[in-house]
Design a protein around this ligand. Structure first.
Ligand code: ZN
Length: 470
């Protein structure tokens, strides 16, 4: 009803043309205001009798109570021991699971064909339980900086954002990517972006090794960190240069390509995935190098999965949020996939095993989604959870990868990423028991950011057919 009233009002004042009525007036910086999406007024909240999966990898704790005050988790104890008097909003956690807000460590505010998704992505991420994102390669870095500030001050709707500069690549890559001609130019690029306040530089597949080395050195000298979607550099080479995170897992590992020319990217690495054994000496050596150098690996299993015709290809409840042109592209792609060979090979299983083996080797593994195709903000993060379980992670381990490990990657593990007293109140209340029912990850009933409670249904309401347009 609320949507309908808005549509009527907007069409009267002439903004509702072409069937793309804006759901709300944008806040001054181009983002949505917060108020329409809040589940209830601000103030202390006590979540009672809830199953807590705290994000640290520890076992779930049943029948807990959690007190949120002034944007922080102030108390956490068995319900029988936590006695709170005074004015507090009580939320029944019976039959529900409380988890940390998801930290999406490779979660852009753009996707192919849609460079400016800030508004829709903010709603989708929060509705999906994602309270922090690392953009790791930006199409619109200044807009992302505005989001980051809005999230911390609460002035507009946005998840927290670890921001990044535009992509840096090498000759022959997409024109939208910066391709420094010299090390001096690469260093000047880093200094210029450091001044804006971004936190990360993203290296892309064709970057030349000496340019990568200059970027990493200059970034570290200015307190920035560097992520890489690799190809010209192997995981071992980039780790030795001091890169902070490597993206996408096995799909971008050129370490295992036979006859790879040094420093060059020779096409896709996907065909190679079918032949990489995570238990092999070669793979174990890569893991040991990354662990020794403190290089994190950021998984993007949901988008990797979408490459394979025989795997999950989205569903109507997700696709309906896409703008019409993107829905058409989705349907065309599904028709094409259904005609392609449907036999399986070992590629995707190997990708799962690679990440599990890295984790078991003591590596810092985080997760994100790299939005695209039907892999939408929030929904894709939820899909990752199912894929980690398939890869052999326990529920507590899968959640740790998606929460506390992400907070470690963005350098905020002291204040984010787990359900612990003293931390910021970024939390997700799920309908159901996440241990007994993995699908509970798809059912957030309240999403807390800075202690404010958002209503996922309100965040999604009216967004159908919009993603790609706003
Ligand atoms: Zn990406």
């Amino acid at each position: 009803m609320r949507q309908l009233l808005r549509a009527v009002v907007l069409s009267v004042i002439g903004l509702g043309s072409a069937g793309t009525a804006l759901a709300v007036q944008p806040a001054p910086d181009g983002l949505d205001p917060v108020e329409p999406y809040l589940a209830f007024e601000e103030g202390p909240v006590l979540i009672e009798h809830v199953l807590v999966l705290d994000g640290t990898g520890a076992p779930a704790q049943p029948d807990m109570s959690v007190l949120l005050e002034d944007g922080r988790i102030t108390r956490l104890a068995p319900s029988s021991e936590l006695d709170v008097s005074g004015s507090v909003r009580r939320v029944d956690g019976e039959g529900r699971t409380l988890i940390p807000g998801i930290v999406g460590a490779h979660n852009h505010t753009h996707m192919p064909g849609a460079p400016l998704l800030q508004r829709a992505a903010s709603r989708l991420y929060l509705a999906g339980g994602v309270t922090t994102i690392r953009t790791v390669g930006a199409a619109s870095p200044i807009a992302d900086l505005a989001m980051a500030e809005a999230a911390e001050t609460g002035s507009a709707l946005s998840p927290r954002v670890a921001t990044s500069a535009p992509y840096v690549s090498g000759p022959g890559d997409a024109p939208v990517m910066v391709q420094p001609a010299s090390e001096d130019e690469a260093r000047a690029f880093v200094r210029r972006w450091a001044e804006t306040g971004v936190g990360w530089i993203k290296l892309y597949r064709r970057v030349e090794p000496h340019i990568a080395a200059a970027v990493i050195d200059e970034a570290h000298a200015h307190g920035l960190r560097v992520a890489g979607h690799l190809c010209s550099l192997t995981f071992e080479e980039a780790s030795a240069l001091g890169i902070d995170t490597i993206e996408h897992g096995l799909v971008s590992a050129s370490d295992f390509l036979a006859d790879k020319p040094e420093g060059e990217c020779i096409g896709g690495t996907v065909p190679n995935m079918a032949h990489v054994d995570a238990g092999s000496d070669a793979a174990q050596r890569v893991f040991a190098t990354l662990v020794e150098n403190g290089t994190a690996l950021v998984s993007t299993l949901a988008i990797v999965e979408s490459r394979f015709a025989y795997r999950y290809q989205g569903e109507e409840r997700i696709v309906r949020y896409l703008a019409p042109a993107f829905q058409e592209a989705y349907e065309a792609r599904q028709a094409q996939l259904s005609q392609s060979a449907s036999e399986t090979d070992a590629s995707f299983d190997n990708a799962l095993a690679f990440e599990r083996a890295f984790f078991e080797a003591g590596g810092l593994l985080a997760a994100g989604i790299d939005p695209g195709r039907h892999n939408l903000p929030g929904f894709g993060d939820q899909r990752n959870y199912a894929l980690f379980l398939e890869a052999g992670f326990s529920p507590a381990e899968a959640l740790q990868v998606m929460t506390l490990n992400g907070a470690r990657v963005v350098g905020r593990e002291d204040e984010l990423g787990s359900v612990e007293a003293g931390k910021l109140a970024d939390l997700v209340l799920l309908e159901g028991d996440l241990i007994a029912d993995p699908q509970a990850i798809t059912r957030p009933v309240l999403v807390f950011l800075n202690g404010r409670a958002y209503d996922p249904a309100a965040l999604l309401d009216g967004l159908e057919g919009q993603v790609g347009l706003q």
